[in-house]
Design a protein around this ligand. Structure first.
Ligand SMILES: C[S@@+](CC[C@H](N)C(=O)[O-])C[C@H]1O[C@@H](n2cnc3c(N)ncnc32)[C@H](O)[C@@H]1O
Length: 254
């Protein structure tokens, strides 16, 4: 791939069989991270709430929410093959959750059945896998449009400033952008497109804290809390192998 990264690139990477197996395995065996469970307990106290999960992938978090006792769940993802995996997992576990194929950057009103949602989640950095800041803001607006005022929103991002090594790496990357020698497929400073050792490709935008605060304020969300994962819980080796350090964000619909 030589052109710029687009939503189609990201969708194709998530529909790649290597990615599908990776996320399906996690949905079947890993379940919620301890940090996710603690924050969900804290900010989603009402088990009768209608919750919307964006970027549900193969259903890892959705199934975790069901196991915690939430019964009014709606999940969606824009990668068809991951949606198929979530559908089979829920059928296998006899869990009656509808999973939709939808793109968070497009209107989501068709996902509302009886009433607006009482809360929304976009876990494991899915929001940051949307290329271009305006598109991430569009997704934040679409999510805000389908929830009641005061609804909590939990999501994660990486953080460019979370360690000294990360800060140094980004200073070097800033020089590449200044010289025009950055990876030509990238769209904005903060973007990364990498291939892991088994050949699976991932696009990710890594923001700084100020960027997310501005984006929330511009899209109808009130920032309530943010915290690095390491300050919430010590995760198991399996969770650390599956996922890097991240920052959790909690906002409320204005
Ligand atoms: C890192 S995966 C996490 C999957 C799952 N939530 C988990 O934790 O295992 C991010 C997910 O976000 C989805 N995603 C990315 N952009 C999206 C968009 N614009 N609309 C809907 N889903 C999107 C991807 O298809 C992918 O399933």
């Amino acid at each position: 791939m030589n052109g710029k990264i687009t939503a189609a690139t990201v969708r194709a990477d998530f529909n790649d069989p290597l990615a599908v197996v990776h996320y399906a395995h996690a949905a079947h065996t890993l379940g919620l991270w301890e940090s996710e469970r603690l924050l969900i307990d804290c900010f989603f106290p009402d088990k009768t709430a209608r919750l919307l999960e964006a970027g549900c992938g193969a259903g890892r978090v959705t199934l975790g929410l069901w196991e915690l006792g939430y019964r009014h769940l709606t999940a969606f993802d824009f990668a068809e093959d991951l949606v198929d995996q979530a559908v089979s997992l829920f059928a296998e576990r006899a869990v009656p959750i509808a999973v939709h194929h939808a793109d968070a950057t497009h209107p989501l009103c068709h996902l509302i059945s009886d009433n607006y949602f009482d809360g929304v989640l976009f876990m494991f950095n899915g929001l940051m896998q949307i290329p271009v800041r305006d598109n991430r803001r569009a997704a934040l607006c679409e999510l805000a449009a389908v929830v009641v005022p005061g609804a909590p929103f939990l999501f994660t991002t990486h953080d460019r400033d979370h360690s000294r090594a990360e800060k140094v790496a980004w200073r070097l990357e800033a020089l590449r952008w200044a010289n025009g020698t950055q990876d030509p497929r990238l769209l904005e400073y903060g973007d990364r497109y990498f291939e892991d050792d088994v050949g699976s490709r991932t696009f990710m935008h890594l923001p700084d804290r100020a960027e997310i605060l501005e984006d929330l304020a511009a899209t109808g969300w009130l920032h309530e809390h943010d915290v690095m994962r390491r300050d919430v819980a010590k995760e198991s080796r399996q969770v650390e192998d599956f996922s890097d350090e991240c920052r959790f964000w909690v906002a409320r619909r204005a």
